[in-house]
Design a protein around this ligand. Structure first.
Ligand code: 5GP
Ligand code: ZN
Length: 112
């Protein structure tokens, strides 16, 4: 999608601090980290949010979670939180599907 921040980051048109990239997804550090480790994993293909996952595109989700499991292992993270905000009321500010991976501090439950 031409006017999407994360499509531009995925395409390398806007710089980011990438920690991983393959043909399906990429991961990069959040510009405003909310924990000592805070990176985002996004599909390269534009999907607006979890609400747009269907039988046709759900393969990207299993792939992204495999990538998360690999990255946290490589980073030595034993405890972490994976979050996806869907819709403005839940805190979504970028409308391109992304999973936050946060680690390195005590977390509260329920999330605010
Ligand atoms: P959301 O609020 O949609 O759940 O998450 C969007 C995330 O993207 C926020 O945590 C925000 O800090 C991050 N973000 C927004 N703009 C940029 C950017 O230009 N570069 C990077 N690396 N992260 C961004
Ligand atoms: Zn996009």
């Amino acid at each position: 999608m031409s006017d999407c921040l994360f499509c531009k980051i995925a395409a390398g048109e806007i710089p980011s601090n990438k920690v991983y990239e393959d043909e399906i997804c990429c991961a990069f550090h959040d510009i405003a980290p909310q924990a000592p480790t805070h990176f985002l994993v996004i599909p390269k293909k534009h999907i607006r949010s979890v609400s747009e996952i269907t039988a046709d595109n759900s393969g990207v989700i299993s792939h992204i979670f495999q990538v998360i499991a690999k990255l946290v292992k490589e980073m030595g993270l034993e405890s972490y939180r994976v979050v996806s905000n869907i819709g403005e009321q839940a805190g979504q500010s970028v409308f391109h599907l992304h999973f936050h991976v946060l680690s390195g501090r005590d977390m509260t439950w329920p999330p605010g």
